[in-house]
Design a protein around this ligand. Structure first.
Ligand code: GUN
Ligand code: ZN
Length: 429
């Protein structure tokens, strides 16, 4: 089989930068990634790999920084078309903008069109894996997985279940949520690079009966992930208390119905009570930080330092269309800014790790995505660290790779992504 040797700058994590600091990564100013059959076969110094693999086709990315593609651990592809909708907070935003748009996904052709558009935007922005909520329509899930399959992308998604507090045209019921999700698991889970994610939207839009049904489904299919929202806005938490008076806290509304687990992904998790943080840590659940969304919808400031100190498993996500950017660079930049508001300047090594390996870990897919190491998929990007004049004049003064990378994290966009590869295939650039 043909081997391709990519040359450029490389950065590889050998540890967790939240534990070891920037020493957890190795930088090579002239590194190489050897790809064969859609997978990474070897990484190392360019000279060494060139000497060893003289027969490989060589693609020289020059000064470009070769990285794993970004992994977005929480987003809503059906909200692509209404991203950046003005002036509302969570509940009004859902009712005014989100639900009307999600209603359009009853039309399979529309779902196909937006799924393709979303994945193309992801590729343009260097994101090679999306974890998406779909809509209540099973066809919206087929549309997403088919579009990902056509592009060779790893994809995590599920039918969003809602049986109350949503318009009639977006409501299922406990049984149909269970049965539709079950049929979709049979059709998609572990088929190629697709992974099915059981998806109750959040406690306010499910009856306890629906949460029970989805908890039972998860118990039947324990290799599936489960995704939902948790403690995003203070008003939402008050609403949850009213809807579930017997619950100890918001997390308990999931726990009591079989929806707390290690393979659970809890989006936002901003305003956690101590018991919730303890339980999430004990279980080893995934917390998904969505900083561009948290500022855009005015949700609050995720306490990264506290969550890291507790030893939580944390991923990073755009949460589009609540998040206002398709770029994980912008998401990393927003995570930095929110960190600053809590006097916690998150290091670029930690930001990059969150957007790659951290997200892969919450998805229980480390080894396949989020890292360029032997055996991983060759989902790769090449970053231009001087993609605009403003960035170029700053990175020119850098004395190490982190200083060179940070201006791109803070100011970069899709122009910084000179190439995107999915399973070794060039999709951009
Ligand atoms: N909570 C429930 N649904 C949503 C959603 O679509 N976006 C965000 N940001 N929060 C939610
Ligand atoms: Zn969300």
């Amino acid at each position: 089989m043909t081997q391709t040797l990519h040359l450029g700058q490389t950065l590889n994590f050998t540890g967790d930068p939240f534990i070891e600091g920037p020493a957890a990564a190795t930088h090579s100013s002239r590194g190489a990634v050897l790809v064969e059959g859609g997978q990474v076969v070897a990484t190392g110094e360019a000279d060494t790999l060139r000497a060893r693999h003289g027969e490989a086709e060589v693609i020289d990315h020059g000064e470009g920084l070769i990285l794993p593609g970004f992994v977005d651990a929480h987003m809503h592809y059906p909200q692509t078309a209404m991203i950046a909708s003005w002036g509302k907070r969570l509940i009004d935003w859902l009712n005014s903008y989100t639900f009307p748009e999600e209603g359009k996904f009853a039309d399979r052709a529309y779902a196909d069109e937006v799924a393709g558009r979303t994945l193309d935007l992801a590729i343009a922005n260097g994101t090679t894996t999306l974890t998406s909520f779909c809509t209540i329509h099973p066809g919206s899930v087929d549309a997403f997985f088919e579009a990902a399959e056509a592009r060779g992308m790893a994809a995590f998604a599920g039918k969003t279940c809602m049986d109350r507090n949503a318009p009639d045209f977006l409501r299922d019921d406990a049984r149909s949520a269970h049965d539709d999700s079950k049929a979709l698991i049979a059709r998609w889970h572990n088929v190629g690079r697709a992974r099915y994610v059981i998806t109750p939207r959040f406690s306010p839009t499910s009856t306890p009966e629906q949460l029970d049904a989805l908890g039972a489904l998860w118990a039947e299919h324990p290799t599936c992930l489960m995704q939902t929202h948790l403690s995003e806005q203070v008003d939402e938490i008050e609403w949850v208390k009213g809807l579930y008076p017997e619950a100890r806290d918001y997390l308990d509304t999931y726990e009591a119905h079989g929806l707390l687990g290690e393979r659970g992904l809890y989006g936002h998790a901003i305003h956690l009570e101590p018991r919730e943080a303890d339980r999430l840590r004990e279980i080893g659940a995934g917390l998904v930080h969505c900083p561009t969304s948290n500022t855009f919808i005015g949700s609050g400031i995720f306490d990264m330092a506290a969550r890291v100190a507790e030893g939580q498993r944390i991923g990073l996500a755009s949460d589009t269309g609540g998040g206002s950017s398709f770029s994980m660079l912008r998401v990393m930049g927003a995570a930095y800014e929110l960190g600053q508001l809590r006097r916690n300047p998150i290091h670029p090594a930690q930001l990059l790790w969150l957007a790659t390996e951290g997200s892969a870990k919450v998805l229980h897919a480390e080894g396949e995505i989020g890292r360029l190491a032997p055996g991983a998929a060759a989902d790769m990007i090449v970053l231009d660290l001087a993609s605009t004049p403003g960035i170029a004049q700053r990175s020119a003064l850098a004395s190490d790779i982190w200083e060179a990378l940070f201006p791109t994290i803070m100011m970069g966009d899709d122009r910084a992504i000179t190439a995107t590869y999915v399973a070794g295939q060039r999709m951009k650039g």
